[in-house]
Design a protein. Structure first.
Length: 99
């Protein structure tokens, strides 16, 4: 298995981020081939700190690194990536690793 982890920084407009993410981005991302067990949370907390550098976290699994690369190269994966500027004004850090 292979994991994708996306860490979203605090956006300029949290209400817009939540609404857009829930109603437009997540349904778009769900169409990406090979995505398994997608999960997200807005309740991101840092251990030992009052404020985390992240507003939202997303994770999904793929069968392999190659499956993730194929998903990203698909039209659906490219549309999902192109959608980031529409809501992620605080930036997004994408990490991936075998599990």
């Amino acid at each position: 298995m292979y994991k994708l982890l996306v860490l979203y920084g605090h956006p300029k407009d949290e209400t817009h981020f939540r609404d857009y993410y829930l109603n437009k981005h997540l349904p778009l991302a769900a169409k990406t081939p090979g995505v398994k067990n997608p999960r997200f949370s807005f309740d991101v907390a840092a251990v030992g700190s009052d404020r985390t550098p992240y507003f939202c976290i997303y994770e999904a699994e793929f069968d392999s690194a190659e499956a993730m690369a194929a998903a990203f190269a698909s039209p659906e994966g490219q549309a999902t990536a192109a959608d980031l500027p529409n809501y992620a004004t605080g930036g997004a850090t994408m990490l991936h690793f075998p599990i």
